[in-house]
Design a protein around this ligand. Sequence first.
Ligand code: PAF
Length: 283
Amino acid sequence: MKIIRLISELRAELEQGRALSKTIGLVPTMGALHSGHISLVERAVAENDITVVSVFVNPTQFNDKNDLKNYPRTLDADCALLESAGVDYVFAPEVEEMYPKPDTRIFSFAPLDTVMEGACRPGHFNGVAQIVSKLFYAVEPDRAYFGEKDFQQLAIIREMVAQLELKLEIVGCPIVRESDGLALSSRNMLLTEEERTRALIISRTLFESLEFAKENTLQATKSFVEEKINAVDGFKLEYFQIVNGRTLQQIDNWDDCDYVVGCIALFCGKIRLIDNIKYKEVK
Ligand code: PAF
């Protein structure tokens, strides 16, 4: 496995593989890797001849300076995990390499980016689109892998690929959970032990709401989740929305569409966590 810092070096390496018609899989990450990331990496390794994992804490997608400062950075441990997962290249550039000058591009993915994370974290998805498009231009992958935990991000990246007319496949991979249900997130390592225990209520409530939804209206299910979460000391709910899984717009009734997802964001102490659950998915 090679660790590469420069786009020019990465391009030169990948050019050799491309000349031999090898397929390239990309897993974009911000590091602090956990089993959720590794599940994406393993899929990329299985489905492609060459796997590139980028590790880059992208400043343009953080709308909170403290969040950027506190974001865990564990490159050595990340590389050890990636090497044993069979990765060929880790691309770990400095900020100056990805942003030699400020990126002034403004994307619009409305209405996908005007709700939920887009409404709570202004500029976040523009920053995600800036870095992910730069990574796509640098790597030119055949496939890129993203987790469904960031459900809205995945929808927006698919839309970006369509808007930019890029020729690659976006592969969405299921949420990976701890055995007790907590959705894996790099931010979990910032939780105190007490907060980690409290955070379990998020997935537990979402799974309970799946059962509740079978006998109740969508509005009642929404209230069920909101009331349970609001009752927990130390939680601050930002939103729980039940949306059309394709348009990400809120719906009123279970029968409004064939893909229904509940998305939640909340602060557990100072740490912001997100999760989601599928109530209905017709493939
Ligand atoms: O999901 C993430 O970790 C980031 O948003 C991504 C896609 C790596 C872009 O920085």
